[in-house]
Design a protein around this ligand. Structure first.
Ligand SMILES: Nc1nc2c(c(=O)[nH]1)N[C@H]1C(S)=C(S)[C@@H](COP(=O)(O)O)O[C@H]1N2
Ligand SMILES: [Mo]
Length: 363
């Protein structure tokens, strides 16, 4: 297929170029900073995480089997005919912030922008479950992507499970649209799972098979990767996103004017629980509360803002700390784990205040 004559394709390419690419093959890229200015991340700006790259063969059907009463093979058209919902969902890669951990864990060197928010449209997973009928002894659903590659000396598909838990079935979507258009290839076309509140690995892309199983699934992307492993060797699976916040403004590259008010603002999110408070500190002075927009109940980040009048010329350090409705807060230091997941430590941003008009030039 040629993209040459299609202006939209040219635009797509330009925006992909803006993403900060960690690796080209398979493509792993962070959301560009400019994209955080909007509540919804553009489809060509949203970060991309792939273990094996886009699969060669595009799936045409979703097969549903295992411990179900009515196994099914469904096209996107069939799924669309069963109903649809749109949810605004913040997805964050569990490895986001890995570069901030010491000693540096192995894995993709994500800084702080493996996060984005999109409007996903699809069939609620609970509707599919109703259609196929789960057998009483089913404990998990295993989701398989059409992508595969070598793992532990064996050709392995990307496969992850979710518990058969009504709260998860009700929020998860089998999504075919992203921000009102068909899914882009890199984000899992034609069909992906989206699990609001969970770190990104749960949202299986290029979905072509779902199997109800009667014993907990133990594949490598469930038991070897995406596990918090402490220094003592204790292991716990990665599931819900920890509370986190990011700062959008002021941009550290812009020199602020002393005495001029600036809005310090950004986004905050936490898996399975809305953000209840965001606190700000300037130069490690005592924390002060920011204003936080209420959650819309969909699983998307919330905007926070804090009015600040910089006075003293020079450098200032801004930091934000999110607390969710169940009382979890961002720590000062990341909890180190072997594979570097879930780094939700407070991030510090250095901004500069100039001398203002008429002041002596700085060298
Ligand atoms: N089939 C498949 N699904 C996948 C992955 C993958 O490698 N293969 N990566 C997962 C991880 S680790 C993340 S963080 C999210 C990223 O979704 P995005 O690329 O649409 O941002 O996809 C998840 N789904
Ligand atoms: Mo991820």
């Amino acid at each position: 297929m040629s993209h040459g004559a299609d202006p939209a394709a040219g635009r797509d390419r330009a925006q992909i170029a803006e993403r900060d690419i960690l690796r080209h093959a398979p493509l792993n890229a962070e959301t560009p900073k400019v994209a955080f200015a909007s509540a919804t991340t553009h489809r060509d700006a949203h970060f991309i995480r792939t273990n094996f790259g886009v699969p060669d063969a595009r799936p045409t059907r979703l097969a549903v089997g295992g411990a179900v009463d009515r196994p099914a093979e469904l096209t996107i058209g069939d799924l669309e005919g069963m109903g649809s919902t749109t949810r605004r969902v913040t997805l964050e890669c569990a490895g986001n912030g890995r570069l901030g951990m010491r000693p540096l864990p192995t894995g993709e060197p994500w800084q702080q922008r493996a996060v984005g928010t999109a409007e996903w449209t699809g069939l609620p997973l609970s509707e599919l479950v109703r259609r196929v009928g789960l057998q009483a002894h089913a404990v998990e659903l295993v989701f398989e992507g059409a992508d595969h590659g070598p793992r532990a000396g064996q050709e392995t598909p990307f496969r992850r499970s979710l518990p058969v838990d009504q709260a998860v079935l009700d929020v998860a979507l089998l999504a075919w649209d992203m921000n009102g258009e068909r899914l882009p290839e890199d984000h899992g076309a034609p069909l992906r799972l989206v699990v609001p509140g969970w770190y990104g690995m749960a949202s299986v892309k290029w979905l072509h098979r779902i199997e109800a199983v009667t014993k907990p699934f133990e594949g490598p992307f469930q038991m070897t990767s995406y596990v918090y492993e402490t220094i003592d060797g204790e292991r716990e699976p990665v599931r819900w996103m920890r509370p986190k916040s990011l700062l959008v403004a002021p941009d550290p590259e812009v020199i602020l004017e002393p005495g001029s008010p600036v809005e310090v603002w950004g986004w905050a999110w936490s898996g399975g629980s809305p953000i209840a408070a965001v606190d700000i500190t300037v130069d490690d002075e005592p924390w002060l509360p920011a204003t936080v927009e209420p959650a819309d109940g969909s699983g998307a980040w919330q905007r926070w803002s804090f009015p600040w009048v910089p006075r003293r010329p020079g450098r200032h350090v801004l930091a934000s700390r999110a607390t969710d409705a169940v009382g979890r807060s961002q720590p000062d230091e990341a909890t180190w784990n072997r594979l570097g997941y879930g780094n939700n430590a407070v991030v510090r941003t250095v901004v500069s205040v100039g001398r203002g008009p008429g002041g002596p030039a700085t060298g």
